[in-house]
Design a protein around this ligand. Sequence first.
Ligand code: HEM
Length: 456
Amino acid sequence: MTATTLKAVLPDGPSSPRLVQAVRFAAGRRRTMRRLRARYGSAFTVDSLNLGRMVMLADPAEVRELFQTGPELADTPDANLGSVLGPGSLFAIRDEEHRQQRRLLTPPFHGRRLRAYESMIEEETRRETASWPEGRPFPVMPSTMRITLNVILRAVFGAEGADRDDLRELLPAMVKLGSVLAVVPAARVELGGHGPGARFRRYRQRYDAAVDRLVDRAAADPGLADRDDVLAMLLQSRYDDGSAMSRSQIADQLLTLLAAGHETTATTLAWAVERLRRHPGLLHRLVAEDDAGGSALREATLIEVQRVRPVVEMTSRQVRADSLRIGRWTLPRGTVVTACIALLHDDETLFPHPEVFDPDRFVGARTDAGWIPFGGGVRRCIGAAFATLEMNVVLRTLLRDFTFVPTAERPERSHNRGIAVAPGKGGLAVVHRRWTVLSNINEHRYSDIDANDQAA
Ligand code: HEM
């Protein structure tokens, strides 16, 4: 790749008006991407309503090259996320500021720190599923959303008691409204204190007050050094020059972690349930594996769920250099260039028979460079290891506590929720408690024994 000014060479793409293209993408993003790949090959140029001319890459080598490109040449597009998540949000900052914030934010999401969250994740899963109905269909998404929200409130915000209740009520509504305002800035109107913009401002004030209380409490906590939550670690972290993070920086980053990590993890878990109920043989093997103390197939299953149903289907950079060469293309300054995660994941040169849901392809195998549900490069998802652990523990707990009734129904269609792509019916499940199943079996056995005894 080079950064000198060169004549632009862009891939072909549809010439239909921007609005028509936008409507097609809105009606079915993945279907449209597949159609364009079939027509134009592994790179094409589209006209996006909010980002303008956008080059979409589905060639593994070119996507790898894009991720390896330094942020000084291509970084995230100028989006409106800063005005929603705060100017200090990881999504809104660049270059040295971004590098420094990532340096402080990375340690809480790795190694020993992560394992500290395991029993808490199990506890939150059991608390939520205690009220699951048996024998009738219900969508698991509301539950997985509550589990991942509660896990973030504890692991990231270190919130307990009334603070946790307040944030639990506030944050889903705030993030939902924020994700609309980020995409449609015009909706940020304030009509005498009544429009969506005013509502968001009030949410933000309430949020800042809640984080202030948490920071005050943590700062006064004699056990601060032993705490595992991200807020406590950020309070104690220091920049290269020895200075501490400001309260507003901490507030912006915590909100960013919540916005990026809550719905993504919850929707992936809902897809896992959706896929597993359609693969009874696999369900059976997963339960047997866990009963025998193993985990390799479960880990491979979650990797395969993310391959076939990536909840973030694409991620973009914007060219900052005068021009940038990536593979066959020369992209002028300002071009938005997108890695098509969903297209790479169903590339048959990377994943033979990509349409088949087959976790065994990942058992004992490393994930290929073409498996990129968490993006790549300096912007790669900071919560990838955390999300992987969380999904593993939640799925393990569900399999231990419940028998999922298989279904022959058609796969659920994708539904774009704004941040993540979710199963259209919310991941419908029909379950029985495993102890009920076991006690039924035992009752059966005992009544058999009784009958035999009587016969004797
Ligand atoms: C299955 C769950 C998740 C998926 C699929 C996912 C996916 C992604 C993707 C695709 C990106 C963009 C990467 C790029 O542009 O190269 C990203 C960024 C990010 N994610 Fe995740 N994510 C998940 C969970 C989480 C969690 C649990 C957290 C934190 C608690 C988190 C925090 C972030 C942050 C802060 C960024 C921005 C990184 C930066 O700009 O430097 N994510 N994620």
